[in-house]
Design a protein around this ligand. Structure first.
Ligand code: ADP
Ligand code: MG
Length: 304
């Protein structure tokens, strides 16, 4: 019996193992990932895909910065929309002849989200202090990291996937769906009630949990580069988490087992999905996603 499943693809599904994102690397990674996804679709599951876009947005930002004297730089939300289209196109070609629809997806955020007052999400390449100061003059926030200066932007909580209805309509017409790529294009309502893009990035794992709920997925699969979430990660006592209840996983989370920029959002997304009524969330590696649906693999969050 097929299930409706939301699969969130991490960076390793779209870039080379060393993180390089030249077109050939991206094409190769997507092809490999779609082999696993196609197996699920052929087994009768109804699949909705979402994906990250960090390296792709980083490349577009770099081009913006290098050519700013010739072509006016475009806003961050436009960069995100561009990556939904290009990554979506690669996915459609890879899944052919499976009928696939890529939905340009906006994600609503709250302009009063505290993240806007304290932008912490680093994006794009490292620059020198001199260059960083120049971009600060243009109104951007930059911070010094160990390897140099990097732009930081707000990463507000996704409130609603505005185009989830379009995704559902196409899904019910028989399409495999790609939606909310890069967490969705961030938009907010202005004082006049109209929607506009905002300079922010939305965590793709958090957006995946909201999208999974909105499309009525029974299972949320977060596909990354490790087979499990791990307790005591990087210590001699490291121990993989298998089946776990949300209550127990909240305890592990509170004890600080999951790094904030990587495993943290995946664990939070899995918890949020199951606590909001989803049946099951699985965190595992990309090559295990078929087995993830039959159970007994990865970190599986369920009430029972
Ligand atoms: P993705 O591109 O799939 O979002 P991330 O790099 O953001 O991947 O997150 C996966 C990484 O999280 C793993 O490769 C690992 O290095 C790191 N990580 C941090 N804490 C943990 C943990 N407790 N268990 C497993 N992996 C962890
Ligand atoms: Mg990540």
């Amino acid at each position: 019996m097929g299930e409706r499943v939301l699969i969130a693809l991490g960076g390793n599904a779209m870039t080379a193992p060393d993180g390089s994102a030249a077109p050939a690397d991206q094409l190769r990674a997507v092809e490999l990932a779609m082999g696993h996804v196609a197996a699920l679709i052929q087994a009768g599951h109804e699949v909705v895909l979402t994906h990250g876009n960090g390296p792709q947005v980083g490349n577009i930002l770099l081009k913006n910065q290098l050519t700013a004297h010739v072509v006016p730089p475009v806003p961050l939300d436009w960069c995100g929309a561009q990556t939904q289209a290009t990554i979506g196109t690669m996915i459609m070609n890879s899944l052919d002849p499976i009928r696939t629809a890529v939905v340009v997806t906006r994600t609503l955020v709250d302009p009063a989200d505290p993240a806007f007052a304290d932008p912490v999400k680093p994006i794009g390449q490292y620059f020198s202090e001199e260059e960083a100061r120049r971009f600060e003059q243009l109104g951007q926030s930059w911070r010094k990291f160990d390897r140099g200066w990097r732009r930081v932007v707000a990463s507000p909580r996704p409130i609603e996937i505005l185009d989830a209805g379009t995704a559902i309509t196409l899904m019910e017409a028989g399409y495999t769906i790609v939606a909310a790529g890069g967490g969705g294009v961030p938009v907010a309502r202005g004082a006049d009630g109209r929607l506009g893009g905002v300079e922010a990035v939305i965590d793709k794992d958090h957006a995946a949990a909201v999208l999974a709920g909105a499309v009525g997925a029974g299972v949320l699969v977060i596909a990354t580069d490790v087979p499990n979430a791990i307790l005591g990660y990087g210590t001699p006592d490291a121990r993989p988490i298998g089946a776990v209840t949300p209550a127990k996983l909240r305890e592990y989370q509170a004890a600080g087992h999951f790094a904030s920029g990587s495993m943290g959002p995946k664990v939070e997304a899995a918890l949020r999905f199951v606590e909001d009524g989803g049946q099951r969330a699985v965190i595992t590696s990309l090559d295990h996603i078929s087995d993830a649906l039959s159970g007994n693999i990865g970190t599986t969050v369920t009430e029972s």
